[in-house]
Write a protein that binds this ligand. Structure first.
Ligand code: NAD
Length: 489
């Protein structure tokens, strides 16, 4: 049996663990088991499913201190970040448990237009394919809503961080995990018994997954990459703590976050002041070293290939000035793993690859602009539209510009995870994908509406309708009482 062996990206000689590769025949068997399990799981009342999920969340919470170092060692995420991710996954699962019963409840209208029941039915087997950069939360964002709704799940995590998420999935009901790379992912996304595909990852895999699912008429949620602009309006007023938060909005998890601040647009007249404060904040909060060292805030990147790709993007930054950021933890040896020195790059134009592409690493371009119209056009350029941010002392002005940005989520006066909300749907526009996670919309991704309807015309004693006629409707201009569809008394 082939094994995926995962090394510690901070100490590449250390093996963290291994998992067996699931070949396509074994993927088929897992999907069939999930399809069999669907009948029982979907037949449970939502309260029972939610109780089982809540128990799973409690189990993960009880193991947090044991799982966080495992996540740090396999992914290179600092310990506090790893703890935060697992804790947030627990919080999200509990939120799903609280919200799902109401969001998933059937609605019924029985009035003078007829009787209409809309049920929220699960799809069946959901196939989830997830990346390595936040392996636990990005899986749980799919598992929680899918399971609460009555689907069963087969999850394929990234071979670059398969260990912690497998432990988390094992604590939850109605989930199986399969392992491998693209071949395993293809076998899952293209399986005829998979009724919905949920994918988070990059552009190339996203296109292939969409095509594979599309060939089976299987609907998909695609959460893809971003190249988030952070736009500082001329009146921005940042404290030292704001600068520190901004630095971590770009460099948390080594910049390997879909919604990291990836391009900084600052008014030309304030560039010098901004740069000085930014470098000072980085010196305070950005500490590179071994993820298990409690003082470290940035570890290595995920692989040798990722390190080479990011270094090449920085080396390609012709005409730019590269300023290293932060400091090393005492005793840190960058040669022990896939460490890339975090840097700020100034003086580039928007066509430089580091600006035009998603860098997904610890190198951030700082760009000068002159007018609001110009910065809006530059921020909106390109094919990606995941998140963005606007920073201003005037909230109204920030919200006004935010509404004109091509992004699924715009943060105001913050960026990245500090700006998230469990109740706010998250997802991209343009080629950053489709479908949403979090919020009511994220729960509704995993159900289809199923309607039962009798028009009033055909109820006993009803007036009937001429053959082939179109129905009139409740929207005939008569005011209706809220909630009933009936005219007010
Ligand atoms: P990736 O696309 O290389 O891999 C993602 C997953 O897809 C992995 O499990 C991988 O094994 C699998 N896979 C790869 N090719 C496949 C194929 N042809 N068929 C089926 N499965 C396949 O992405 P990655 O490097 O793991 O993650 C980085 C990317 O993910 C970045 O672009 C980042 O912005 C994006 N991302 C997006 C979000 C979001 O919420 N929008 C969140 C995190 C990461």
């Amino acid at each position: 049996m082939d094994l995926i062996t995962r090394e510690n990206p901070a100490r590449v000689d250390e093996v963290v663990g291994s998992v067996p590769v699931t070949d396509p025949a074994a993927v088929d068997a897992a999907v069939r088991r999930a399809d069999d399990a669907f009948r029982d799981w979907s037949g449970l009342p939502v309260a029972e499913r939610v109780a089982a999920l809540r128990h799973g969340a409690d189990t993960v919470a009880a193991r947090l201190e044991e799982l966080a170092p495992l996540l740090a060692r396999e992914s290179g995420k600092p310990l506090a970040d790893s703890r935060g991710e697992i804790g947030f996954a627990v919080t999200f699962l509990r939120w799903v448990c609280d919200e799902a019963p109401a969001v998933l409840a059937a609605t019924e209208i029985d009035d003078d237009a007829g009787r209409l029941v809309v049920r929220r039915k699960p799809y069946g087997v959901v196939g989830c394919v997830t990346p390595w950069n936040a392996p636990v939360i990005l899986a749980v964002l799919k598992l929680g809503p899918a399971l609460a709704a009555g689907n069963t799940v087969v999850l394929k995590p990234s071979p670059l961080a398969p260990l912690t998420v497998s432990e988390v999935a094992a604590a939850l009901p109605a989930v199986q995990v399969v392992h491998g790379g693209a071949e395993t992912g293809r076998a899952l996304a293209g399986h005829p018994l998979v009724r919905k595909v949920a994918f988070t990852g990059g552009d190339a895999a996203g296109r292939e997954i969409a095509a594979t699912a599309g060939a089976m008429i299987t609907p998909a949620v695609l959460e893809l990459g971003g190249n988030d602009p952070a736009v500082f309006l001329p009146d921005f007023a940042l404290s030292g703590a704001d600068y520190e938060r901004l630095v971590m909005a770009s460099f948390a998890t080594g910049g390997q976050v879909c919604m990291a601040a990836k391009r900084l647009y600052v008014p030309r007249a304030r560039i010098a002041e901004f740069t000085e404060a930014y470098l000072a904040a980085a010196e305070r909060v950005l500490v590179v070293g071994d993820p298990l060292d409690p003082g470290v805030t940035m570890g290595p990147v995920i692989s040798a290939a990722a390190a080479a790709r990011i270094r090449a993007l920085v080396a390609d930054a012709a005409g730019g000035t590269v300023t290293p950021l932060g400091r090393s933890a005492p005793g840190h040896d960058p040669a022990s793993g896939y460490f890339v020195t975090p840097c700020l790059v100034t003086g580039l134009d928007d066509h430089a690859p580091l600006v035009a592409q998603e860098q997904f690493g610890p190198a951030v371009p700082l760009l000068a602009y002159d007018t609001e119209g110009e910065v809006l056009a530059r921020a909106n350029a390109g094919e990606l539209g995941l998140a963005a941010s606007v920073w201003s002392a005037d909230e109204e002005r920030a919200f006004a510009l935010a509404g004109r940005l091509s992004a699924g989520f715009v943060f105001v006066n913050t960026h990245n995870r500090t700006g998230m909300s469990l109740r706010a749907p998250f997802g991209g526009v343009k080629r950053s994908g489709y479908g949403r996670e979090y919020g009511r919309e994220g729960l509704l991704e995993y159900v289809q509406s199923a309607v039962v309807h009798v028009p009033a015309a055909f109820r006993p004693g009803g007036p009937g309708m001429a053959p082939g006629a179109y129905p009139g409707g409740v929207h005939d201009g008569t005011p209706r009482a809220a909630g009933t569809g009936r005219p007010p008394p």
